[in-house]
Design a protein around this ligand. Structure first.
Ligand SMILES: [Zn+2]
Length: 449
């Protein structure tokens, strides 16, 4: 009897799995056949194709299924997204992102009872503070205020001091202590990992029309790092550099051993392939780095962001979709930064305190905005200009012409060139006793000295 039951359970599971996969494939076909709106950014389409290929190779690739669902949702195809996430949950009911995404999408579709059920099911798997928070928002929207308050309290139990939950409780009339630095923050940022952005997805402008402006100095919160003159990176006579050439340049620095460190930074990712390659190289060369990610991309690739943190790298905030902070109103800029910050800390489980403004565009107003949140503004002093010419030899040359002990070097992990020259760069510095450190470590060193 028991065996028969198990058998029929197994058979029905298999049936559902097959059905789910067919549905997913079917919806993928439809989306592909219809194409996205002509306004869909090419990058989204590229990601879509890459993810579809990954799933074709391994239909049980949970991270890819989750990401593909987010792309559907971003393109306004919430029904396809929810079908895909349901299918993915059948494969791995412990992948917590799925509950959050599926619940948020169902809520957005007005299917609140289903959303509630999904959030609650998720909570039986993992007491994720995201899910408590999102369930709280749902209850609040339905005017179940005592239930909402319980959710926000549960959220705070998992993540003490989680400010959005504190604000929600305050909004419900609870007497809670709000952090003083953020009093100016707009109240509602909506649901946390909402797979939305339907239409009008303003991805970063395409290079090179809007190259990151070259900066001459680096700044931390108080500008405690003095600006230093940057050497010309655009020498007319370019020659490919070997490991020995790099070694010779580094030897001329004659830095004390305590000053022998470099901070590598990578902006604009995560990118499905290039970022993974950079991470592989950093792991192989045993070097740490900092990634300033876009919230819109981190949302699509939470697994890559989680890997960055797990492997000891820093994850910084590069805004939600790479809009210049100087061009946005204070409220818009703050929301873009805040939303990205909360997404990053939700994935990494650590507070995110560093911001790099897109294009390096900053001003007194932008600095004040960043500092008002207790964050550090991080620039660079050595620019690889890897968006300009993607030839790895040229990128290495530019870095070696502008780098010096203690430099913050700027790369973009959405371009493939940097990954190819990284091993030479890292080896050359390591041969000379240099360490590759994260921005957090750099700030700690700066504050200590
Ligand atoms: Zn950027």
């Amino acid at each position: 009897m028991k065996q028969a039951l198990r058998k029929s359970f197994f058979a029905s599971t298999v049936l559902w799995l097959m059905l789910g996969f067919l549905l997913a494939l079917f919806s993928a076909q439809i989306a592909h056949a219809q194409g996205f709106d002509s306004s869909s950014p090419p990058d989204l389409m590229k990601d879509f194709e890459v993810l579809r290929q990954r799933i074709r190779k391994n239909p049980r690739d949970i991270a890819a299924l989750n990401s593909l669902g987010i792309i559907y949702a971003q393109a306004g195809k919430l029904d396809d997204a929810t079908r895909l996430w349901r299918y993915a949950l059948n494969i791995d009911p412990n992948y917590v992102h799925l509950y959050n995404n599926l619940g948020s999408a169902l809520k957005q579709l007005g299917r609140k009872d289903e959303a509630r059920l999904i959030f609650r099911t998720g909570l039986t798997r993992s007491s994720s503070y995201w899910i408590h928070y999102n369930l709280g928002l749902l209850e609040k929207e339905d005017r179940n205020l005592p239930a909402a308050a319980i959710c926000f309290k549960n959220c705070l139990q998992q993540q003490p001091g989680f400010e959005p939950a504190l604000r929600q409780l305050a909004d419900l009339g609870y007497n809670v202590q709000l952090p003083a630095t953020t009093a100016a923050r707009p109240l509602s940022l909506g649901s946390y990992k909402p797979p939305v952005e339907t239409g009008n997805i303003d991805f970063y402008p395409m290079y090179p029309e809007n190259p990151e402006k070259q900066q001459n100095g680096r700044t931390f919160s108080s500008g405690s790092y003095a600006a230093k003159p940057s050497k010309s990176t655009m020498s007319a006579t370019f020659t490919a550099m070997s490991l020995a050439d790099c070694d010779k340049i580094i030897k001329e620095f004659k830095a004390e051993s305590k000053d022998r460190f470099i901070a590598l930074t990578f902006d604009d990712g995560p990118h499905h392939a290039n970022t993974r390659e950079v991470l592989d190289i950093l792991r192989r060369e045993n070097a740490k780095a900092t990634f300033f990610v876009l919230g819109s991309r981190a949302q699509t690739y939470p697994d890559i962001v989680a890997r960055m943190a797990a492997e000891g790298h820093d994850v910084g905030n590069h805004t939600w979709e790479h809009r210049g902070l100087g061009k946005s109103s204070r409220t818009e800029a703050l929301q873009s930064l805040q939303r990205t910050n909360e997404l990053i800390s939700g994935i990494t489980g650590k507070p995110c305190l560093i911001v790099r403004p897109p294009f390096g565009q900053t001003s007194q107003r932008v600095k004040e905005l960043i500092h008002s949140q207790g964050w550090h503004e991080i620039m660079w002093d050595s620019d690889s200009r890897d968006w300009e010419n993607k030839n790895p030899d040229r990128i290495l040359y530019r870095v070696m012409r502008s780098v010096s002990p203690g430099s913050i070097v700027l790369f973009h992990d959405i371009h493939p060139g940097a990954a190819q020259m990284l091993p030479t760069l890292i080896k050359a510095f390591k041969n000379n006793g240099y360490r590759f450190i994260t921005i957090s470590e750099l700030i700690a060193i700066t504050n200590a000295s």
